[in-house]
Unconditional design. Structure first.
Length: 341
């Protein structure tokens, strides 16, 4: 028997990377004890954030020769092993192959222009943003990967290299600071919403229409977001100071990491009342439970600004999202959640 010469081993295919776990950069964030609340009332650190890898660009697929099997499937013929070729599965001429290739490339063109934008979104804006993202994706073909959290933590993550393309903050100071530090694109900052602070309880009758419950102190706990990390928390502290009740209520404060967690504390009953964003409790134009909209005169305006970050300056999807946020359709949706413009 004739020996068969040794054939070289097949080339290994490169493996695609799995979804990566990205640390929340919590060690670089301001400490919870930066604000003098009792340590036992401070919220636990956030869990690590899952960061999806970008999908493979369709242009990569266009740089490879169309496999013969795909050509046959495209034409509707079938061929397997050594079976006889019949009908449309016959060997094709060069002109026919180029025609099929052009058809495949034309089908891939819309995907080739699609892009993904990674957005850091203030926690208070999570519900409106999910609706905006869905409409944006349908209108543009781009995709949105959004992370929700406190603006202060996002700032620390961005400074530590987090790959966000756009920041939608809960204030106007953080975007301006990133622009000054050359971490965001100059001239891209704009106000996408003006937030409303509300004292809220899931229980009817707990919060009166004038906020007098803060003065009589007939409760044992009150929730608010960490004022060093969340602008809504800073606005809540200023409102209590304006009312002259801050020192008296300080021992009762349950401090949340962000406004979403503050809402969870109240909705779960762990705190009978707390300061949250109006957008979190407004449904179909009405508030469930009991609430007192905090007068804007009691705290600085909660001007929520967005900015294109340095990593997103050349991304079409980032520019498209900013443009969409300024559209009449998006602005109407934002207003429906109780935000000002």
């Amino acid at each position: 028997m004739r020996s068969r010469p040794n054939s070289p081993p097949p080339l290994a295919r490169s493996a695609r990377p799995a979804v990566a776990e990205v640390d929340s950069f919590s060690e670089s964030c301001p400490a919870h004890d930066a604000y003098p609340f009792p340590p036992e009332r401070q919220a636990a650190k956030s869990i690590p954030m899952r960061m999806p890898h970008k999908a493979r660009n369709a242009v990569d697929a266009m740089n490879h020769v169309v496999p013969e099997a795909l050509v046959r499937r495209t034409l509707g013929g079938r061929h397997s092993g050594g079976a006889k070729r019949t009908g449309l599965a016959r060997p094709m001429g060069q002109a026919c192959r180029w025609s099929v290739l052009l058809i495949a490339l034309a089908a891939a063109l819309p995907a080739a222009h699609a892009d993904e934008v990674l957005v850091a979104v203030a926690a208070n804006f999570s519900v409106p943003m999910r609706k905006i993202a869905a409409e944006f994706e349908q209108a543009t073909g781009h995709t949105v990967a959004a992370a929700y959290g406190s603006t202060g933590k996002f700032y620390a993550q961005i400074k530590n290299g987090a790959p966000f393309d756009v920041l939608m903050a809960a204030d106007d100071e953080t975007p301006a600071r990133l622009v000054a530090e050359k971490a965001a694109v100059a001239g891209s900052q704009f106000t996408y919403a003006i937030g409303r602070l509300v004292l809220w309880s899931a229980r009817p009758g707990t919060v009166d229409a004038h906020g007098d419950v803060l003065k009589n102190g007939s409760f044992d706990r009150i929730a608010l977001a960490n004022p060093k990390l969340a602008p809504y928390g800073a606005a809540a502290v200023q409102a209590m100071k304006s009312l002259g009740v801050h020192e008296a209520l300080l021992p009762k404060v349950v401090m949340a990491e962000n406004i979403t967690q503050a809402h969870q504390f109240v909705s779960s009953g762990n705190a009978p009342l707390g300061f949250v964003a109006l957008s979190q409790v407004l449904r179909d134009g009405r508030i469930e439970g009991s609430a007192w909209p905090v007068p804007a005169a009691l705290h600085p305006p909660i001007r929520q600004d967005a900015v294109v970050l340095d990593k997103g300056k050349d991304k079409p999807a980032a520019q498209a999202l900013v443009k969409y946020l300024k559209s009449d359709k998006a602005r109407a949706l934002i207003q429906s959640f109780g935000y000002g413009l």
